[in-house]
Design a protein around this ligand. Structure first.
Ligand code: FA5
Length: 347
C-alpha cells in the first residue's frame, strides 16, 4: 500500500463508517460497528502498519490522515451512543432520577389534644401523681351507681350517652366522664392514692362551638389522711399556674353539685387572654370554666370499701379540649376533629 492508496482507503472508510454508525440500531450494534472501524482489524490499523514502509516525508501526512479518521469516527460513535442511551431511558419510563430532587418530606406531629394531655401528665407526675386508665366502654356501676348516681337520679339525664345493650338495656355504655376511673382505682388500690386519669368520653350532645359528642377529660383523685379543701384548691392553683405559665393566674370556686363530691364546686380560672378586663374568649366575665371538683363523698368511699372516718379525698375533672381552646384562643371545638391540616399544623 502506498500513500495514495492509504489516503483513499481512509477516505472511503470514513464515509462507510459514518453510515454504519448512524445505522446502528442498538448499543450492542454500535459496539460492534466501533470494533469494525476503529479496532485491531480496522482500516486505521492497516494504514498504521503500512506507514513504516512509507518514505520519511510521507509518514506525517499518513499519520495525520489516520488521526483525522479516528477522531471523526470516534465523535460519530459518541453522538450515536448518547442518542441510543436516551431512547433506552425513554423506553424504561420515568424511573428514578436522583438528580431531580424531592418534594420535601412533611413530618407529622402529635395532635393538639395529645400534646395538652402529655403536658398535663408531666405536671401531675411532677406533683407526685401516677397515671391511671379505665375503659371507654363502661358499666353502669362504675359510670353511675358507685358514684352515688342511682338509676332514677336526675344527674343521669344530664349525662345521656350511647348504651350498648348486651341483653340487659342500660347496663353497658360509652363512659360519660372520666370519674369511673376514680372507682376503678379505689377498688384496686389501698390509700394513699394520688392518680390522674386522662381519656376519651362521650355524651349525647348536639355539636356546637364548645360541646362535642366525643371529647376528652382528665380526672384527678387524691385519697389520704387529713386532706381538706385547702389541698384541693392548692393543687388546682399549682397546676393552673404551671399550665398557663403565668403566676398571675387566679382560680375561682363556686358552689356546685356533683353526687360524688361533698362539698362540690365549679372550677374556673381567671382569663389568661384579657387578665380579667373582659374579652370574647371569657364572654366578658373575666373567668373561664374548666370543670368540676370537690371532696370525695363519704358514700363513695363506702361503696369501694374505704373507711371515710380514716381517709379523706378530693377529686376534680376538666375537659382537655377546653384547656386547649383557652390556651390557644380557639373558639370552635369542631376544629379538633375536622382534621384540617391547615389548622393542625399550626400547633
Ligand atoms: C364532670 O364531668 C364531672 N365528672 C367532673 C368532676 C370530677 C366533678 C370530679 C367533681 C369531681 P362536667 O359535666 O361539668 O363534670 O364536665 C367537666 C368538663 O368537661 C366541662 O367543664 C367541660 O370542660 C368538659 N365537657 C363536658 N361536656 C363536654 C362536651 N360535650 N364537649 C366538650 N367538653 C365537655
Amino acid at each position: 500500500m502506498n500513500l495514495a492508496d492509504a489516503l483513499a482507503l481512509l477516505e472511503r472508510s470514513a464515509a462507510e463508517a459514518a453510515a454504519a454508525v448512524v445505522g446502528a440500531a442498538s448499543l450492542d450494534d454500535l459496539a460492534s460497528v466501533e470494533r469494525d472501524w476503529l479496532g485491531k482489524r480496522s482500516p486505521a490499523t492497516a494504514v498504521n502498519e503500512a506507514i513504516k514502509t512509507f518514505g520519511p516525508d510521507e509518514r506525517p501526512r499518513a499519520g495525520q490522515a489516520v488521526g483525522a479518521y479516528r477522531a471523526a469516527v470516534t465523535d460519530a460513535v459518541a453522538v450515536r451512543r448518547s442518542e441510543l442511551e436516551a431512547a433506552a431511558a425513554a423506553d424504561r419510563g420515568p424511573g428514578l432520577d436522583l438528580t431531580l430532587g424531592g418534594h420535601g418530606a412533611v413530618r407529622g406531629h402529635l395532635h393538639l389534644v395529645t400534646q395538652i394531655r402529655r403536658e398535663l401528665e408531666d405536671i401531675f407526675v411532677g406533683l407526685g401523681y401516677r397515671i391511671a386508665e379505665g375503659p371507654e366502654v363502661e358499666d353502669d356501676w362504675h359510670n353511675f351507681e358507685a358514684l352515688n348516681i342511682p338509676p332514677a337520679h336526675p344527674a343521669r339525664s344530664m349525662q345521656d350517652t350511647l348504651y350498648i345493650e348486651l341483653g340487659r338495656p342500660e347496663q353497658v355504655m360509652l363512659r360519660t366522664h372520666t370519674s369511673p376511673v376514680q372507682i376503678r382505682t379505689m377498688e384496686t388500690q389501698e390509700p394513699p392514692i394520688y392518680v390522674v386519669a386522662p381519656g376519651r368520653t362521650y355524651r349525647n350532645e348536639t355539636l356546637d362551638a364548645r360541646h362535642s359528642p366525643a371529647f376528652h377529660q382528665m380526672e384527678c383523685l387524691a385519697v389520704d389522711r387529713g386532706l381538706t379543701m385547702a389541698d384541693l384548691f392548692g393543687t388546682i392553683e399549682a397546676f393552673a399556674k404551671r399550665l398557663f405559665d403565668d403566676e398571675s393566674v387566679r382560680t375561682r370556686f363556686r358552689s356546685d353539685f356533683f353526687p360524688y363530691t361533698e362539698p362540690s364546686a365549679e372550677l374556673a380560672v381567671s382569663c389568661v387572654f384579657c387578665h380579667q378586663r373582659g374579652c370574647r374568649v371569657c364572654s366578658h366575665t373575666g373567668w373561664i370554666e374548666l370543670g368540676g371538683c370537690g371532696m370525695v363523698d363519704p358514700n363513695v368511699f363506702v361503696q369501694v370499701g374505704i373507711d371515710p372516718e380514716e381517709w379523706q379525698g378530693f377529686a376534680f375533672g376538666f375537659g382537655l379540649e377546653r384547656i386547649a381552646m383557652i390556651r390557644y384562643g380557639i373558639d370552635e371545638i369542631r376544629t379538633f376533629f375536622d382534621n384540617d391540616q391547615r389548622f393542625l399544623e399550626q400547633y
